[in-house]
Design a binder for this molecule. Structure first.
Ligand code: KIV
Length: 282
């Protein structure tokens, strides 16, 4: 049985902290599913983690649909949330409805995530009113990187912190089942978490959030030139992979790969017979 959005809400009510991670492919999603991670986000961080973009802006709805399908195929238990890309829900509530609908209907996600606080409240209210679960996202909202002037911690002044509290309340009142708090002071995230009935899921928002989400490649050490302050590398996959690639190339160049162990055999008389036969004419 898959985790539902009500199960996620229940975790807060029971005081149970929970994890969430991103995935973009079936193999990683399967590992997260087996590890018991209750929520998997097919984040638009896909742009940097997989597609080689500098930020999330170029990611398209087609990209998210494609990768969400793979993640859904790799999972049985985790709740799969599709991240709505830049400009796929901003033009109108109708545009948001149509594209969020595709994430559920075509890709098989169980919910969508979209960035924005009070400004997105009407959109969230409309989606949730037709049975389309929404995960909110406030604080550092990477799709607004050009407006924010870079990837900066939000909510550091009294006014900015007030705005975050107001945004969080608006997202909850609009019907979101949970909300991501990205890159804000831990004490501001604590206040938001205390004031909301829905779970807060922090990334760079300190230890008081109800859940914690990270980009999988960050905790795996897969992009070694990029380790944000808010992450912790639990593995060093890039170093392991680089070493494996180097050793493979050295072995091939030296003729030590493959050996008989990595090859297939055939009865000797078959080859002896073939050697006697004239070379076929083309
Ligand atoms: O796209 C993403 O991975 C996200 C998380 C950082 C919350 O939005």
């Amino acid at each position: 049985m898959r985790v539902t959005t009500s199960d996620i809400r229940k975790l807060k009510a029971e005081g149970q902290k929970f994890s969430a991670l991103t995935a973009y492919d079936a193999v990683t999603a399967h590992l997260l599913d087996e590890a018991g991670v209750p929520l998997i986000l097919v984040g638009d961080s896909l742009g940097m983690a997989v597609l080689g973009y500098e930020n999330t802006i170029p990611v398209t709805l087609a990209d998210i649909l494609h990768h969400t399908k793979a993640v859904v195929r790799g999972t049985q238990r985790s709740l799969v949330v599709a991240d709505m890309p830049f400009m796929t829900y901003h033009r109108s509530v109708e545009q948001a409805l149509e594209n969020a609908g595709r994430c559920l209907q075509e890709a098989g996600a169980q919910a969508v995530k979209l960035e924005g606080g009070r400004v997105m409240a009407a959109t969230i209210a409309r989606l949730t009113s037709v049975g389309l679960p929404v995960l909110g996202h406030i604080g550092l909202t990477p799709q607004s990187v050009h407006q924010l002037g870079g990837f900066k911690v939000q909510g550091k002044t009294l006014d900015a912190a007030r705005r975050l509290l107001d945004d969080a309340t608006a997202v909850e009142e609009a019907g979101a089942f949970a909300i991501v708090l990205e890159c804000m002071p831990a004490e501001v995230a604590r206040l938001v978490t205390e004031r909301l009935a829905i779970p807060t899921i922090g990334i760079g928002a300190g230890p008081y959030c109800d859940g914690q989400i990270q980009v999988s490649s960050d905790i795996l050490g897969w992009l070694p030139d990029f380790t944000p302050k808010h992450t912790r590398p639990y593995a060093h996959l890039a170093a392991d992979a680089a070493d494996a690639f180097r050793r493979f190339q050295t072995d091939v160049a030296a003729g030590s790969f493959p050996t008989a162990k990595e090859s297939f055999s055939v009865a000797e008389d078959v080859i002896a017979e073939l050697r006697k036969e004239p070379r076929p004419r083309s």
